[in-house]
Ligand binder design. Structure first.
Ligand SMILES: Cc1cc2nc3c(=O)[nH]c(=O)nc-3n(C[C@H](O)[C@H](O)[C@H](O)COP(=O)(O)OP(=O)(O)OC[C@H]3O[C@@H](n4cnc5c(N)ncnc54)[C@H](O)[C@@H]3O)c2cc1C
Length: 305
């Protein structure tokens, strides 16, 4: 804003500031209900209108002008989206629930503890205070911890638009690097995670070079024990391929087996072999495959501690 002072110097500075505003101009809409939000989204989506949740991914992209949305539908004033609730079968997490909400267990049993364990690996405190669980899913970074949780546990994602409600299974939702099954006029209103049984074990591990960075590879495992052997095993890997997913080859190596070093190593080797690892400026595919082996084995080891 140009100050009212007639001082030439401050006017010059202000003009420069105006000229150097980081994002491209946009109109911010602030709906108070989901119905209002999806109505606005339907109108503005064809002009690259976007949902604004925590802004922790969208705002930096806008600041670099890699995205220039003409409209933002800011959902932060919609009270009904700020809730976490359990009906005894699933944990429903609304679109405005922040990463920081999970620093303490939000539900009893292993799922609450699992979310708590994973949340502390996401970025840094200021980002966790604003960024949202559903925003991470909608953004779909391959290394996102919440995307890995959703894929491994078999979450159901609830998309809302003026056409109604659509339920999308996590395995159909993540379609590639920052690509999802959401239509441009759909709001991800809620994610539903199945509660884990009281006796479920879990383990999570990720590798990054600096604390708070996105993981170069991450693994989440859950299972139960029956007569000392593992059953109902889920092994998920993130950060290695364009989207997180369960690895059936690793699960097959564990189901019906005792949880010990030998079976853990066999499952980790199966996961490393199964992934079609990405290459980037930091790593080769071989290196990333090796990381998958390490994070799967460590996640399994953590599950017994
Ligand atoms: C330095 C830094 C480090 C980070 N490290 C990590 C990390 O280690 N792990 C990690 O997972 N994340 C990390 N992040 C990203 C952070 O977790 C974001 O909070 C998250 O990715 C997006 O959530 P958000 O609520 O901020 O979404 P926003 O930034 O508001 O939106 C992101 C995208 O999703 C869309 N969107 C958001 N919510 C919805 C919705 N409900 N329905 C439809 N579309 C929606 C937006 O339109 C936008 O395209 C990091 C970010 C920074 C800046």
């Amino acid at each position: 804003m140009i100050p009212k002072s007639g001082h030439r110097f401050s006017e010059k500075i202000a003009r420069q500031e105006k000229l150097t505003m980081k994002p491209a101009p946009f109109i911010r809409h602030v709906p108070r209900t989901v119905a209002e939000a999806v109505k606005i989204l339907a109108e503005v989506a064809p002009q690259d209108g976007r949902v604004l949740a925590g802004g922790q991914s969208l705002v930096p992209i806008m600041a670099f002008r890699l995205a220039k949305p003409a409209h933002l539908v800011d959902i932060n004033e919609i009270e009904e989206l700020g809730k976490v609730a359990s009906d005894g079968k699933v944990l429903a997490i609304g679109a405005c629930v922040r990463h920081a909400a999970f620093r303490k267990p939000v539900t009893e049993g292993p799922l609450g503890a699992l979310l708590c364990d994973v949340a502390r690996h996401i970025a840094h405190l200021p980002i966790r205070n604003r960024g949202t669980f559903c925003g991470s899913l909608a953004h779909a970074d391959p290394a996102s911890e919440w995307c890995l949780v959703a894929a491994t546990l078999g979450a159901t994602l609830v998309a809302r638009s003026t056409r109604g409600e659509r339920l999308i299974a996590a395995e159909d939702f993540f379609q590639g690097i920052m690509t999802t099954a959401l239509d441009e006029d759909e709001l991800l209103a809620e994610v539903r995670l199945p509660l884990l049984p009281a006796d479920a074990k879990f383990g999570f591990n990720e590798f990054n070079r600096r604390a708070g960075d996105f993981a170069m590879s991450a693994a989440l495992v859950t299972y139960r024990l029956q007569d000392g052997n593992m059953t109902d095993v889920h092994v998920g890997v993130g950060g290695a391929e364009p989207a997180p997913r369960r690895i059936p080859e690793a699960e097959a190596a564990l189901n019906g087996q005792a949880p010990n070093d030998k079976t853990f190593r066999a499952a980790a080797a199966a996961a490393a072999k199964a992934v079609d690892a990405m290459e980037d400026h930091q790593t080769t595919a071989d290196y990333r495959r090796d990381l998958v082996r390490a994070v799967v084995r460590r996640a399994l080891e953590h599950s017994t501690q």
